[in-house]
Design a protein around this ligand. Structure first.
Ligand SMILES: Cc1cc2nc3c(=O)[nH]c(=O)nc-3n(C[C@H](O)[C@H](O)[C@H](O)COP(=O)(O)OP(=O)(O)OC[C@H]3O[C@@H](n4cnc5c(N)ncnc54)[C@H](O)[C@@H]3O)c2cc1C
Ligand code: FES
Length: 280
């Protein structure tokens, strides 16, 4: 599974095009892969942000948030993953439903893009709201603009509307009939979108980033509660009915390994010897 091309999209956000003909042949919007950098590395779930069946490639967009993503983002064309498992997950249903609003927070643009692209190709009216903390963290703007109307919001106002993605979402929901909202990004962002759509009873799909290990429904690590029932994010999702997700539980489960994750990232950045960061 060789890296064929690499592009830096934003600080700490990298796009890799991977040679993976068998995965590209079956990939659909909503699918993800589980990668291992080498045979001692941990398994990392990553969305298939795009695929090209003719070229036999898949595209991954990776944000460095810890040790494994830092190592992956250092890969260069010619480097290979030890393994890439996929496509995994339940594909997102693509049908003609009417007007769809896609809301992406930060890296959420990567999983949102294949879904809204396919929905536009299926004849839906697509409006996209893309949000980020600041201008240099906005990704996939050209690609999203090619799919439908694009509204951009930044927290600091350095590009587009100043503020959160929920304000333009509120305005669209007040102005026209929306058949479905797809919200993908950090958990608080998805929760805030769901709060607005729940009040108006608009169908809302969210993509959950529960901590995954095997990615095939065997370990139980990615359990989430939806409509009072236990679901495995890796096989039943990662897309779920946002109006029914127990976000409080998801937030709690995402924090389980925070100390170990921070320690591993710290050691990766500073090395185990000679670091005086926490010396009193
Ligand atoms: C279905 C799915 C699709 C994803 N797609 C993308 C993507 O396209 N691009 C991208 O950059 N990230 C994606 N992620 C998140 C990505 O898997 C994590 O950022 C990555 O595992 C972090 O590993 P780390 O060692 O760099 O950071 P760590 O320091 O280990 O963790 C940082 C944070 O990442 C999350 N995380 C850690 N381990 C896992 C794990 N095994 N499974 C899921 N989340 C984890 C936790 O919230 C954690 O607090 C996706 C997650 C899921 C579940
Ligand atoms: S990752 Fe193991 S059950 Fe989903």
């Amino acid at each position: 599974m060789k890296v064929l091309a690499k592009a830096v999209l934003a600080p700490k956000i990298v796009k890799l095009v991977i040679e993976a003909p068998a995965i590209a042949a079956k990939a659909q919007p909503g699918h993800f892969v589980v990668v291992r950098l080498n045979d001692r590395a941990e398994r990392i779930p990553l969305t298939i942000a795009d695929f090209d069946r003719n070229q036999g490639t898949i595209t991954l967009i990776i944000q460095e948030v810890g040790k494994s993503t830092a190592l992956i983002n250092r890969m260069e064309p010619g480097d290979s993953f030890a393994d890439v498992l996929g496509p995994l997950g339940t594909p997102y249903p693509i049908e003609k439903i009417g007007t769809v609003v896609g809301v992406a927070g930060g890296l959420g643009a990567a999983p949102l893009y294949p879904k809204v692209k396919a929905l536009a190709e299926a004849g839906n009216k697509v409006i996209i709201i893309l949000g980020a903390q600041r201008k240099d963290l906005l990704i996939l703007m050209d690609e999203l603009k090619a799919v439908g109307e694009l509204i951009v919001a930044t927290d600091d106002g350095s590009y587009g509307i100043k503020g959160l993605v929920t304000e333009p979402l509120r305005q669209i929901l007040d102005r026209e009939k929306v058949d479905e909202v797809i919200a993908i990004g950090p958990v608080p962002m998805m929760e805030a979108c769901v709060k607005l759509t729940k009040e108006r009873n608009v169908k809302t799909v969210v993509s959950l980033n529960a901590v995954m290990v095997d990615g095939t429904g065997m370990c139980g690590g990615c359990r989430v509660t939806v409509d009072g029932e236990s679901k495995f994010c890796c096989v039943d999702g990662p897309a779920f009915d946002g109006l029914k997700v127990d976000f409080a539980e998801l937030r709690q489960r995402q924090r389980y390994y925070r100390d170990q994750e921070q320690q591993a990232y710290h050691q990766h950045q500073h090395g185990t010897e000679g670091c005086r960061c926490h010396a009193k």
